[in-house]
Design a protein around this ligand. Structure first.
Ligand SMILES: Cc1ncc(COP(=O)(O)O)c(C=O)c1O
Length: 414
């Protein structure tokens, strides 16, 4: 692992957040130190700050194939998702208030949809396939004459599944040309790159901190002419779409991160794919009763994303043991007070609840090395074996587990 995580630690949680690239920090520093003025003021210093924001808007727009005035800077992915759903629904009361989204979305979408439903909107949640992908025809079938918005994530943060947003947008429009289409591209913008023209979307969510930019910086692309009611009121910033004095360092950081991501994309993808392929092939060989979750075909899966379920062990217990061994990873499940709920994404895919409790997610990045992968492949089998040895239950997988396990026999590792 590189200098950012310390020499003896291996960081496999890039889908949670990424270290700030030194070049991004350099780009941001002047806007903390000398160029701190309010861009809405009239004097020359303020106008310089305004210019930096204008340039950042151009950079972000160019990175995703948009026009600068279609970019609204926000505090990150959650705010952009909230603004997309709430803003479009609030603008569309006359045409009805039906929203379509999917069971595998991030909670920034699902919880907002739930709140909108409590406030009187009609919401349809479309299920996902067993690999976590969303079927375009199933989304289109949920669209009605009163559907104002469809929101489907570009790539899933837990199992790396990439959705065919262009096909979804096309089929949605064929059903109802008035329906707006939003995609949460928080994960894909970092690893794949996104272009709003190719995707055919009206709204798109970005965040900086998944692509080596700062936390607390993001944007919402809003196609020109898409009705949107602002959700933060006050000043007239962001063309009256989001009030508040601009966070200039964050905005400059987002633009720098997206520009660098574009420049390094080919090298990043090649690097992350190579490590990903190793892990996807070797984990099931080394850990008995383990199954890779999400798409097998690399073209359908985010570079660097490796997710798995391990039978008869709690994912959280594995993570604690990995942490002690110098490995930082995640389970993809949400911790609620005292109890660990199985991941809603895995449950939506059809993974049995108990098996889903053994979920693990390793998300690789620019700084990972073959040595990190070697360490994980050495440590994980021993950790799982030790935890299973503590378990009083017989380790014979029930039939419902078998379709989800790549290594269905305990004998495998002996
Ligand atoms: C798919 C997806 N959407 C939204 C978010 C939220 O983004 P942010 O942390 O910038 O609010 C995340 C981050 O975990 C994510 O993975």
């Amino acid at each position: 692992m590189g200098a950012m995580a310390g020499p003896e630690r291996s960081y496999f949680d890039h889908a949670a957040t990424t270290p700030l690239d030194p070049a991004v920090l350099e780009a941001m520093l002047p806007y903390f130190r000398e160029r701190w003025h309010n861009p809405s003021s009239i004097y020359v210093e303020a106008q310089r700050t305004r210019q930096a924001i204008d340039e950042a808007r151009e950079t972000v727009a160019e990175a995703i194939g948009a026009q600068p005035d279609e970019i609204v800077f926000t505090s990150g992915g959650s705010e952009s998702d909230n603004l997309a759903l709430r803003g479009v629904l609030a603008a569309s009361t006359q045409r009805g208030r039906h929203l379509v989204t999917t069971a595998a979305e991030h909670h920034a979408i699902l919880d907002t949809a739930e709140q909108l439903e409590r406030d009187g909107a009609l919401v349809t949640i479309v299920g996902v396939e067993r690999d976590g992908r969303v079927d375009a025809a199933a989304v289109a079938a949920a669209v009605r004459p009163d559907t104002v918005l469809v929101s489907v994530m570009h790539a899933n943060n837990e199992v790396g599944a990439i959705n065919d947003i262009a096909a979804i947008a096309e089929q949605v429009r064929a059903r109802n040309p008035h329906t707006a289409v939003h995609t949460d591209a928080v994960q894909s913008a970092a690893h794949l790159g996104v272009d709003v023209r190719t995707l055919g979307v009206d709204l798109l969510t970005l965040t900086a901190h998944k692509c080596y930019g700062p936390r607390g910086a993001g944007a919402l692309y809003v196609r020109a002419g898409t009705p949107l009611v602002p959700q933060i009121l006050g000043g007239g910033q962001e063309e009256r779409r989001r009030a508040g004095t601009e966070n200039t360092p964050a905005i400059v950081g987002l633009a720098a991160a997206l520009r660098l991501a574009g420049e390094r994309r080919a090298a990043d993808i090649a690097h992350e794919r190579a490590l990903q392929v190793r892990l996807m092939a070797e984990l099931p060989q080394r850990v008995p009763l383990l199954g890779i979750t999400g798409p097998r075909e690399l073209a359908l899966r985010l570079p660097g994303s490796v997710s798995a379920v391990v039978a008869f062990v709690e994912g959280e217990s594995i993570l604690l043991a990995l942490d002690l061994a110098g490995i930082a990873a995640s389970s993809g499940s949400a911790c609620t007070t005292g109890s660990v709920e199985p991941s809603h994404v895995l449950v939506a895919m059809g993974v049995p609840d108990e098996l889903a409790r053994g979920s693990l997610r390793f998300t690789l990045g620019r700084m990972n090395t073959d040595a990190d992968v070697d360490r994980l492949l050495e440590v994980l089998p021993a950790v799982v074996a030790r935890l299973r040895a503590l378990s009083p239950v017989a380790l014979e997988p029930p039939p419902a587990y078998l379709p989800w396990l790549d290594a269905p026999s305990l004998a495998l590792a002996r």
